[in-house]
Design a protein around this ligand. Sequence first.
Ligand code: PLP
Ligand code: COI
Length: 351
Amino acid sequence: MNKIAVERTKRSRIDSVDFNNLAFGSVFADHMLVCDYKNGQWGAPKITPYQSMELDPSAKIFHYGQSIFEGMKAYKDDEGGVWLFRPEENQRRLNISAKRLAMPELPKEIFMEGLVTLLQIDRDWVPRKEGSSLYVRPFMFASGKGFHASPADEFRFMIALAPSGPYFSGKVSVLIEERYSRAANGGVGFAKAGGNYAAQFYPTQLAVEKGYNQIIWTDDNTHEYIEEAGAMNIFIRINDTLITAPTNDRILDGITRKSILDIAADMGIETEVRKIAVAEVIEAAKDGSLKEMFGAGTAAVVSPISSFGYKEVDYDLPELGKSYATILKKRITDIQYNRGEDKFGWRFRVV
Ligand code: PLP
Ligand code: COI
């Protein structure tokens, strides 16, 4: 690939950002990457100042939701080095999502070189503060025109960057969902399709009205098995065994999830990848063998759950001193921030 064309901003906005008080994903770095697909091929990617864009009102993204995204983070170490965590996994997953949504796959070099070049330009936007990072959002959508309900003929791939603080703070209480589903057999649950998230908002609003923060998604068929925690994969610790649901076409194959499975096994923690019945979790909560539940995903890394509700009953989880959630989060963030040994070769140097 030729060198990526870069148009630099004339006035950086970086001085207007309070890096000590960052929310998640609400301010954006100076530059973005854009690459268009037309006439059956991807054009040259370019980096421009972060800005609004024009789309035709008939662009198919607005009508038929052909839209996918990825989420990753860039971390800064104590020497100012900038690192990504397993970015090739995101590249691979973007194309898995693209295929399912009848969108063109993006060549690996556009993703990787675009990502690295953009991050090198906006490296000063990677926060240094513990718990903060630069959230990286690669995404692709149907920019092609027409009301015909068929795949667009033009697409746009972009990468935008958002310096971010922690995704969740405080205690997280969740509701085990009995009516709504986030995904169904044969559907798009395994893809990072925009519509999956839109479909979660209403049931989540209902849960919030009842006093919960998030939903634990169960299988669409019986609602008897636990699948995901909001927009994260789920881990449940019963006695000393860490359990997570197997991925299938309803569950996103999370990079944090599989990293946690590897780290836990490496630390001698017993792990099981198997179906988790809601009844088993209730039983374990009642007899005291349920020790922990936590979500796992890029944004929050590990998000401990403090209580859950099911059929109008609330169950509290114990507060453990040395929880698996704490130990595993430390291990994984030590790798991400270049503080600890990277046994698995997951760190990827940007600068
Ligand atoms: N499950 C869903 C539905 C998600 O949106 C995400 C977030 O990306 C995850 C799980 C966790 O995936 P990852 O660890 O790759 O961020
Ligand atoms: C995650 O990174 O865990 C996510 O689910 C991303 C979210 C902002 C959609």
